[in-house]
Every structure is written in C-alpha cells, then in structure tokens.
Design a protein around this ligand. Structure first.
Ligand code: NCD
Length: 304
C-alpha cells in the first residue's frame, strides 16, 4: 500500500492488519524510551491547511517514535501567503525527497490530487467533510481495547454528521468490522442524501441511548456551517446533548467517545466527558500507536 486516503483503501483485512501492528506499537509506546529505529533516515512532512491539535501532534509523535525526521509546514509563514499554488507547494516539498506527506485541507479530495502529483506516500489527515481515515482506525482500536470485537456492536453517532469527515470514515470502518451504526441528529445536521450509507437514522437520542454499546459524539462544526441549521445551541443541547441526565440512560458498560476538540456543555456535558465510561483520552493515546502502525505500513518493512 502506498497511500492512505480513505478507509476503503484498507477494507476489513487492512483495518485488522493495522490493529495488529498497533498492538506492537502500544508496547513500544509503553517503554521507558518509547523509540525504535524503524524509520531512521525517512522524512515525514505535515502539510496542514486547516487547524489541528491532536492529529498533527499525534502524527509528529508517531514519526519521531519511529526515528523518522519530521518537518512541519506552517501555512502562515510559507510562500502560500505569496500566492503559491497547492500543486507547486507540494511538488516543491516532494522535490526535497521526502517519504511521506500528511495532508489536511478544507476541500474534499485534495489528498487524492496531492497523491497524483508526488512520489511520496500521502496520508489523508482530514479533507473537508469527506474523510479522516486515521481517526477511524484509532476509534476502532479504542473500542477493541474495551470490547474484544466490533461485530454486532451497536454504535450511535450523534451530532453534526453533515459536516463530519470523522463520521464518514467511522461509518466505513465500524460497518466493515461488522458493527451496526445509527446516526442520530436533527434532519438539518444529516447529509442531504444517505443513499448507500449502511446505517440507520434516528432523530430521537433518548430512544437510541439505552440500546447503544458505544455513543460517539460529534462536535458542532460551526466553522463549516454556512446557514442557520439550528434554532440555538441551547436547543441542540436540550434535544441531543449527552447531558448528565441522559448519560444515565446508557447501559452500565456502554462507552462514550468523541474525536475532539470537545465543546463541553454543547454536545457533551463537562462531567460526562470525565466519567470512567468515557474513553476520549484513550482515543488520543491510541492515536499515536495507530499512526505509527500506518507509517510503518506505508514506509517501513511493511511497505508493499
Ligand atoms: C476532528 C477533525 O478535525 O476532523 N478532529 C480530529 O481530528 N480529532 C473533528 C472536528 O473537527 O470536530
């Protein structure tokens, strides 16, 4: 595999392979010196045209734990500000002989374009509303850490599905591993068409929560909303937020997940995010090992 652009590049077998590799990188991450020489001499560049905390730092940590050299491209101080095109920018980076380019961009499809222009491996770290495959992989891994298999698991994805690349990649990955996914949102926060999505849909979170094994909350992505889709945030929280009262509807062993960044008090109550059933910081921790596995698969001995 040369690039990781979509969860579909992996399929169920590929996801399983990443999960297996991740186990060994979790072990590495737990060592006193969490570093292996696997990618020594390789160079990994982060090219983020959109804000990020977790994903960027997680990829950087992953690359460093594999002993790769890392370069961080900051749009604000680059020639992008002088009008350089995306194509010229990535071909300039590629000409320096880098091995992997990790791309985040506000437009869907950009990582595919980049892959067609460069020799390096390309990893999609989020393209518009479209996909965020490594997030889906770390989500699968985090669920598997608590529950041995996703087969038959009932997963509710609640919130702003319409603008969520995380939801799209998660639906592909969770269903590939045999989970049953229900999307829960007001009609204005669902995509205009769900044709071909292997999911159920509900507008009633109180009905779905008692039956869910996992509740996955999405951030209200206001920066991507161009029109008024909600009467108010307060109204949203009242009808769909995982408040403390609603969290009591969950089964004893049900998990609460969120990709971050959280808006505490909007889609999730502050205290619910800190309950033992919340695995949100496990998601972040596992993200590093999952991304080590992906880099290894694309650049390391796992390359094919
Ligand atoms: C998400 C993203 O940027 O796609 N965050 C992440 O990468 N963990 C989700 C979001 O922005 O809400």
């Amino acid at each position: 595999m040369k690039h990781l652009l979509s969860v579909e590049d992996l399929g169920a077998d590929g996801i399983e392979e990443v999960m297996r590799l991740t186990d060994s990188f979790v072990e590495v991450s737990g060592r006193a010196i969490p570093k292996v020489p696997t990618l020594r001499g390789r160079t990994v560049v982060s090219l983020f045209y959109e804000e990020s905390t977790r994903t960027r730092l997680s990829f950087e940590t992953a690359a460093k734990r594999l002993s790769a050299d890392t370069m961080n491209f900051s749009i604000a101080t680059s020639s992008v500000k002088k009008g350089e095109s995306l194509r010229d920018t990535v071909q300039t980076i590629d000409a320096m002989g880098v091995d992997a380019i990790i791309v985040r961009h506000a437009s869907a499809g950009v990582p595919w374009q980049v892959a067609s222009w460069v020799d390096a491996s390309v990893i999609n770290a989020g393209d518009g509303w479209h996909e965020h495959p490594t997030q889906a992989l770390l989500d699968c891994y985090t669920i598997r850490e608590r529950v041995s298999s996703l087969a038959g698991l009932r997963i509710a994805i609640v919130g702003d599905v319409k603008h969520s690349r995380v939801a799209r990649s998660d639906v592909l990955a969770f269903t590939a591993l045999g989970a049953d996914v229900t999307l829960v949102a007001p009609p204005t926060l669902l995509p205009p068409s769900l044709a071909g999505w292997p999911v159920e849909v509900s507008h009633d979170v109180d009905d779905v929560l008692p039956k869910a094994d996992v509740v996955y909350l999405l951030r209200m992505q206001r920066e991507r909303q161009t029109e008024a889709l909600l009467p108010s945030l307060r109204e949203y929280t009242a009808r769909f937020g995982l408040t403390r009262e609603r969290a009591r509807l969950l089964a004893d062993d049900a998990l609460v997940m969120h990709p971050g960044p959280m808006n505490r008090g909007v889609e999730i109550a502050a205290e619910v995010a800190d309950l033992p059933r919340s695995v949100i910081t496990r998601q972040v921790a596992n993200g590093v090992a999952v991304r080590m596995a992906v880099l290894f698969l694309l650049l390391g001995a796992g390359r094919r």
